[in-house]
Design a binder for this molecule. Structure first.
Ligand SMILES: Cc1cc2nc3c(=O)[nH]c(=O)nc-3n(C[C@H](O)[C@H](O)[C@H](O)COP(=O)(O)OP(=O)(O)OC[C@H]3O[C@@H](n4cnc5c(N)ncnc54)[C@H](O)[C@@H]3O)c2cc1C
Ligand code: SF4
Length: 295
């Protein structure tokens, strides 16, 4: 809105909604339920979450700044819009996301920060957030309240690939409100988030990896991987997961998994570097998750 990309006639502030479950972190039902109006800072400060879900906290404290984390709510964080500079500057005429059918200035423009996975010839805008890739790696769901009642949706299915309609970004329909984020099952202590960026604070990812791992010795019994900084949506790395499941985890198998995931990457002139960077980030994250000492 500040950039004049959006000029809504009416703005509704939902932070004052009195439904307590939207403001609360609740673990009583054997799963983790985080109200969508919990702030980024409030979750970050909950030490039991830090112990049981390191991936959630590491992805939050590396996002934005403390001032922003104090204000921003987790429902809004998941739905944050792209940072594509052509989208954010209405003086550029070509942007299919902002003006459907107008073209895409980023394809042959400044695309160093753009996506290499999940792109289309209509849009290569990056999903820039850190927390949603971690949610994807935890198989989390969003609880949604609409005109016909409650429903849930996997976080991995919340955002839409750009395809031919990059202006339609999510699978929410008008009138729907995210009320909570639900992480099923118990703690995921062998989990982490690694973020590579141009400077070490207050910067979006060039590549990131969220890994939740279960091992028996060196053998991978379960692995979920979310990638950030490289894709148009919070990216579930299913090809890498498939390559790792049942395999011994070591540098060679981690590299093979990363190769499998990035084989379909589609690069543009300035973002070729994201292929080796994305692979290296994933390999390092897998090996660091393996090395974690878990009680
Ligand atoms: C300078 C800067 C640096 C940043 N750096 C990072 C970073 O490194 N990593 C990172 O991950 N993020 C970063 N961010 C993004 C920031 O984390 C998000 O802007 C913030 O989390 C959004 O939260 P909000 O509550 O302000 O949401 P809003 O901006 O108010 O909402 C975002 C969108 O979601 C909709 N919405 C909000 N809540 C709901 C709901 N419950 N149900 C349905 N729709 C809803 C709104 O209508 C809006 O369209 C940065 C932002 C800035 C300004
Ligand atoms: S990448 Fe997407 S958001 Fe950016 S200019 Fe192209 S269409 Fe617009």
């Amino acid at each position: 809105m500040k950039l004049d990309v959006l000029q809504p006639e009416v703005i509704v502030d939902i932070t004052g909604l009195r439904d307590v479950s939207m403001h609360r972190i609740d673990r009583s039902a054997g799963e983790l339920r985080i109200g969508s109006l919990v702030s980024m800072a409030a979750l970050h400060e909950d030490q039991s979450i830090g112990r049981d879900y390191p991936i959630l906290i590491e992805s939050l404290w590396q996002a934005a700044s403390q001032q922003l984390r104090n204000m921003a709510r987790l429902g809004g964080n998941v739905l944050q819009r792209t940072r594509c500079s052509y989208f954010r500057d209405p003086s550029f005429e070509q942007c299919n996301k902002r003006v459907p059918g107008s073209g895409c200035a980023a394809l042959d423009g400044a695309n160093r920060g753009h996506a290499i996975l999940g792109t289309s010839e209509h849009c290569i805008a990056l999903y820039a957030g850190d927390w949603a890739p971690a949610l994807v790696a935890l198989d989390a769901r969003v609880e949604i309240l609409g005109r016909t009642g409650l429903r849930t949706l996997d976080v991995a299915d919340l955002h839409r690939l750009p395809g031919q309609t990059p202006h339609i970004e999510t699978n929410l329909v008008p009138g729907e409100l995210i009320t909570a984020i639900i992480v099923p099952g118990g703690p995921r202590r062998r989990s982490l988030y690694r973020k590579i960026r141009d400077r070490q604070s207050y910067q979006f990812a060039n590549a990131s990896a969220a890994v939740a791992l279960e091992l028996e010795g060196d053998v991978v019994r379960d692995v979920r991987i979310g990638l950030g900084g490289v894709a148009t949506i919070p990216w579930r790395a299913r090809k890498a997961e498939k390559a790792l499941l049942g395999a011994r985890l070591n540098e060679a198998s981690a590299r093979a998994a990363a190769d499998a995931e990035f084989r379909d990457a589609r690069t543009r002139k300035q973002n070729l570097y994201k292929v080796p960077l994305g692979k290296a980030t994933l390999v390092r994250s897998l090996l660091e998750a393996q090395a974690m000492e878990v009680a």
